[in-house]
Design a protein around this ligand. Sequence first.
Ligand SMILES: [Zn+2]
Ligand SMILES: [Zn+2]
Length: 370
Amino acid sequence: MADHYDVLGVQPDASDADIKKAYRRLARELHPDVNPSPDAAERFKDVTHAYDVLSDPEQRRRYDAGPQADSPFGGGGAAGFSDIFDAFFGGGGGGRGSGPRSRAERGQDALLRIDVDLDEVVFGTHKEVEVDTAVLCETCHGSCCAPGTSPRTCDICGGSGHIQRQVRSLLGNVVTSAPCGTCRGYGTVIPNPCPTCQGQGRVRARRSIPVDVPAGVDSGLRLQMPGQGEVGPAGGPSGDLYLEIRVRHHDVFSRDGDDLLATLEVGMTDAILGTTTTIDGLDGPVELEIRPGVQSADVLVLKDRGVTKLRGSGRGDLRVGVQVVTPTKLSHKERQLVEQLAKSHKATKPQLARFQQGMFGKLRDRFFNF
Ligand SMILES: [Zn+2]
Ligand SMILES: [Zn+2]
C-alpha cells in the first residue's frame, strides 16, 4: 500500500491543517459524485483511508512509528462525514440550512488619486474631492422594492434560500444543499422592483467629499476615509474610500524626506566677495547670507523651513545648494580686469579633485545629474 503521506501529497511533517486541506482538495476532485471514473473511485478510497489515519493523532503516531503498527482496517472507513461535507460546502456546515442570505452586503472600497502641490504638503491643505460612487436609493431606501410593495417569500424554497436533494454515493445517501436558483439564496423574491434603482437599492451618483490632507504626506501615501466608499447592495454598509496622494512636481523645490532642496545660482563676483539675498521659500521670503569664497555645491541649511513632519512634530530643513555661475559674455573692459586679476592672483592649476564623501554628496549628485 502506498505511503499515506504520498497519497495525500503532503510532507511527513505536515500539520493537521495541511492534511485536512490536502484531503479536502482531493475529495473535491475524486468524489464519485463529481468524478465517475472507476480509477477516481479507487483513489478516493485510498485518499479517505489515508486521511482517516493521519487525521487521528493516535493512529498517526502509530503509523509514523512503523509500517507494522498500522492495520489496514485501522480506521474503519469513518472518514469524518462532516469532513466530506466540508470539502463540498466550505466548512462549518455553512451550506446546510444556515438560512437565507441577506441581500444587503457591504459596499466595495474605492480608490481615488488626488494631486497636491508641494506648498500644500508643507502645511497640509483642505480639498473637496469629487467621487463617482454608489449611494443609497432615495426612492426605496435600500429595500429594492417599488414604493408600497414588499418582498415575497420564495415559493420554491419556502424562504430557506436552499434546495436540498438526496444523492446516492459510495457512502450511502448524502443530502446535499444548494442555493435556491429562483431567489438566488435570498429566501424572498421582489415582485415589483424599485423603478429608480432597478431593485438594486442603490444608484450611482457624483458627490463631493471634504478632505483634510495632513501636512507631510508624500506620493503613494493612502488616506483612508471610513464609510466613504460605495454603499452596498440593498442598502448594505458602505465600503471605505482610499485617497492616494500624488505630489506634483515643483519647478524650484524638491523633497528629501522632510527636507526641502533647492539650488541657488550665485554670480562669480558675489561668490568671491559674499553677499546677502532674499529667496522665496514655500512659506514666504527667507534671508540668506552668502559668505565670501562660497563654492559650488556648498549647502546652506535653513533650519525648520522644510516640510511639516507627518509623524512627530516640527519641520524639516530647507537645504540650499550653491551653484556658482561663471559669466560667459564679458565686455572688453571686464575682460581686461579679469586678466589683471589672473596675473595678480596665482590660482592653483586645474586638477582632478578627490572624491568627497560628505553629508551633502546627495545634493552634489543632484547638480551633476540635472
Ligand atoms: Zn430603489
Ligand atoms: Zn428560493
